[in-house]
Design a protein around this ligand. Structure first.
Ligand SMILES: [Zn+2]
Ligand SMILES: [Zn+2]
Length: 291
C-alpha cells in the first residue's frame, strides 16, 4: 500500500493518542513478542512514533520488522532501523507497486540491504485482487526479486492474494529448495498451507484471526501449523485485531499481543510458552540474535 492509499483507507487519525488506554497485563509473567511485519515507515506514525514504540515495549514487543513496499518506504524503514535498536528493516517492492519498479530501483535496494539492520527482502509476491500493477509487471519483478534476494542470501517476506495458484507455480520454479521465507498475512486454504509448509516456509498470522467472520476459516487451520513455523504480525497500520479495533482504526505493534493470545487459546497452549517459541522462530528466520 502506498501512502495515499493508506490515507484514503484510514482517514485522519490525528487524535489517535487521545483514545489510547494501556493494556491490562496478562497474568504476572510478561511475554516476549516480535512483530514480524509492520509498516512503521508509514507517515501515519510520523507524529507519535516514540509513543507507539513505548506502548510496544510495555506490551512485551521487544523487536519489530519494518517492511518495505516502495523505494521510499525502504529508505525510511532502513533509516528507522538504524536509529532504533528494537527495529529491523526489509527492502523490496510490493506487487501493487511493481509498475514503478526498474533495475535501477533494484540496485538501490541492493545497496540498502548492506545495512546490518536490513534482515530480509520483501514484501514481494503477487496480488491479483485489485490489480494496481499489471500481471506482467508483478510477475517480472517478483521473479527478479527472488533472484536478487537469493544472491544476497536473505530470507523473503511474501505477499500473496488471489493469485489462483500462480504464486505457488513461480515459487516452485524460482525459489530454490532450502531457501527461507514467510508467507505473511496468511489467509489461504488448507491445500496452500500444506504446500507452503512442505516448501519449508513460515506462516505469518495477523489480527484476521481475531475477526469474527473473516477469521473463521483461519481459526480452524492454525492448530495444524507446526509451532516452529509460526510467526505473528500486525501488518500495522492495517488489520487491527479485536479487541483494539473497537476503539482505534490504526493498528500498531503493541496489538500483536492480542494475535498471540488468540493463537494460544486456539492451539490450547500456554501464551508465554508459545510467545517465546514464536519469538525464537522469528529471530531465527531473520537471522537476528534472540537476546
Ligand atoms: Zn502484504
Ligand atoms: Zn505489509
Amino acid at each position: 500500500m502506498n501512502a495515499n492509499r493508506i490515507k484514503r483507507q484510514l482517514g485522519n487519525e490525528k487524535n489517535i493518542n487521545d483514545q489510547y488506554t494501556p493494556f491490562k497485563k496478562c497474568g504476572s509473567k510478561q511475554m516476549i513478542l516480535f512483530d514480524s511485519h509492520s509498516h512503521l515507515n508509514d507517515r501515519i506514525y510520523d507524529q507519535d512514533l516514540n509513543d507507539v514504540l513505548k506502548r510496544a515495549s510495555d506490551a512485551g514487543v521487544a523487536k519489530m520488522m519494518v517492511v518495505g513496499i516502495t523505494l521510499k518506504s525502504c529508505l525510511k524503514g532502513t533509516e528507522l532501523a538504524e536509529k532504533y535498536a528494537e527495529l529491523y528493516a526489509s527492502v523490496g517492492i510490493h506487487p501493487h507497486d511493481t509498475k514503478d519498479c526498474s533495475e535501477k530501483v533494484i540496485q538501490t535496494l541492493k545497496g540498502l540491504s548492506q545495512s546490518s539492520k536490513v534482515c530480509a527482502w520483501g514484501e514481494i509476491g503477487l496480488d491479483f485482487n485489485r490489480m494496481f500493477s499489471s500481471r506482467a509487471d508483478q510477475e517480472k519483478w517478483f521473479c527478479r526479486q527472488l533472484e536478487v534476494s537469493g544472491e544476497l542470501g536473505l530470507p523473503v517476506i511474501f505477499h500473496e492474494r488471489d493469485s489462483k495458484g500462480r504464486f505457488l507455480d513461480i515459487l516452485r520454479s524460482e525459489f530454490a529448495p532450502g531457501r527461507q521465507g514467510v508467507v505473511h498475512c496468511f489467509s489461504g486454504n488448507r491445500k496452500e498451507l500444506l504446500a507452503y509448509l512442505s516448501m519449508g516456509l513460515h506462516i505469518g498470522i495477523t489480527g484476521i484471526l481475531t475477526i469474527q467472520k473473516r477469521g473463521e476459516y483461519l481459526r480452524q487451520l492454525v492448530p495444524h501449523i507446526p509451532r516452529d513455523r509460526i510467526l505473528v504480525e500486525t501488518d500495522a497500520p492495517f488489520l487491527t485485531p479485536a479487541p483494539e479495533k473497537n476503539r482505534t482504526r490504526r493498528n500498531e505493534p503493541a496489538f500483536v499481543k492480542s494475535v498471540l493470545l488468540k493463537l494460544a487459546k486456539l492451539r490450547n497452549e500456554e501464551p508465554e510458552v508459545l510467545a517465546s517459541a514464536v519469538y525464537e522462530n522469528t529471530c531465527k528466520l531473520y537471522q537476528i540474535p534472540d537476546a
